[in-house]
Every structure is written in C-alpha cells, then in structure tokens.
Design a protein around this ligand. Structure first.
Ligand code: SF4
Length: 224
C-alpha cells in the first residue's frame, strides 16, 4: 500500500494537535522576526528570547530599525549567527517602513524581497499570521519525513515542496507542514526511526519493522 497525503493527514491528525506555528508571536512582525531568528536555532531558544527580551522591548518595525546594530546583536546573541540576523532584522524593518508603511506585506513576492526572508519564512508567515496558503515550508523535519514516507524523492527543499504541493490540497498545505514537524520531533527523528510505535510502520518505505532501509540514507548526500 502506498502512503498518500490524505492518509498522512488523517493519521497524524489523530496523534497531534500542533499549534498554527511553533514560534510564539503576537503580530505578523513578531513572527517574521522570530522565524529569522530560528535559522540554526531551536524554537525553544527563540521563544525564550522573544518572550523575555524582544517582545517587551520591540513592538513595531520602527523599534527594530532605530535600535543600534550592537544593541540588537546583544539582545539576540543566544540565538546564534547574531550579527547577520541583527543586520537582516534591521534592514528588513527599514524596508518595511520605506515600502510598506511599517506593516508586513501579505504576498509571497513582497515578502521574499525583504532581507533575510526566503520562501520558507514567507510561507510560514503567510499561513500562520494571515491564513494564506502560498507554499509549504520545508524544514529539516519536513524534508526528512517526505523522503522517508515516500512522498517525495527530491533532495532539495524546493523539490520536496513542489512534490508535496502537487499532491496536497491547497487548504491543507499549512497543517501538513506542522503535522510532519510534530511527527518528526516525536517519533521519526533524525537520529532514530521509532517505527515500532509509528502508525505507518507496516506500509512506510523506510520502516525497519517492515525490513526497509532509511530512504534518507540511500544516496551519498547527507540529510539532517
Ligand atoms: S515507519 Fe519508521 S521511518 Fe516510517 S515514518 Fe514511521 S518512524 Fe519514520
């Protein structure tokens, strides 16, 4: 039996109730900043920094654009790569003020023109903050799960996104992302496939219970 997207959605909905976004936010700008901070950093660390430091201090694009590079670096240093992240946040907020009256735009095209914002970040913000489905945010969990479950053979986030978008009804793009992330964190982790407790154990093409190899390891490229 082939694993289909409707089956994945049905099955994982019974096991997980993921939040709309794993990063805590009050406004679209909060989510945009938090998503930039989350590159190579855990959601737990970002949520701690935003809750304790950023959100009490910064509310508008002007707040971020007018702070010094040094001060913002200090505020976000525990999130890693803080120099680049601070630079991107300040430049992004300056552009929001210049071209969007300080507001976060609601189109993919406008979002990916902002410094530090790629397609994945734009998709997360559009769906979680505005309820708009423009893409599927492929992070390390989504990439790994899509390959292990046989939903995609692509090796890049762009290729996996294209495959998943073709097979998934648009209204489910956002929830598919958060369900795959939840399953990737709880059961099918990068280090360990817990196939013995997984609902896909008998049909998954990477299930060791069914005597299969990990499909993310079947080529020389490395996967997270
Ligand atoms: S059966 Fe194993 S490899 Fe497949 S999704 Fe479940 S835990 Fe991952």
């Amino acid at each position: 039996m082939t694993i289909t997207i409707p089956l994945v959605l049905r099955t994982l909905r019974k096991r997980h109730t993921p939040p709309r976004a794993f990063l805590q936010f009050r406004t679209p700008l909060d989510l945009l900043v938090a998503t930039i901070l989350s590159a190579q950093c855990t959601d737990a660390r970002v949520n701690a920094v935003t809750k304790d430091i950023l959100y009490p201090k910064y509310r508008t694009a002007k707040d971020y654009a007018s702070v010094s590079q040094r001060e913002l670096e200090h505020d976000i240093h525990s999130c890693g790569t803080f120099r680049n992240k601070a630079k991107h946040i300040r430049q992004m907020c300056a552009l929001l003020i210049k071209e969007h009256k300080g507001e976060v735009p609601e189109t993919l095209e406008a979002l990916i023109r902002l410094p530090g914002v790629g397609r994945k970040t734009a998709s997360v913000v559009l769906w979680a903050a505005f309820g708009i489905s423009e893409g599927i945010a492929v992070d390390t969990h989504v990439l790994r799960l899509a390959r292990r479950l046989g939903l995609s053979k692509a090796h890049t986030p762009e290729g996996v996104e294209k495959d998943l978008m073709c097979k998934t009804s648009r209204k489910d793009w956002g929830v598919l992302t958060t369900l795959l992330i939840s399953h990737g964190r709880a059961t099918c982790t990068a280090r360990k496939r817990q196939c013995d407790v997984c609902p896909f154990r008998s049909t998954c093409p990477s299930s060791w219970i069914a005597g299969k190899k990990d499909r993310t390891r079947q080529d020389p490229r490395s996967y997270p």
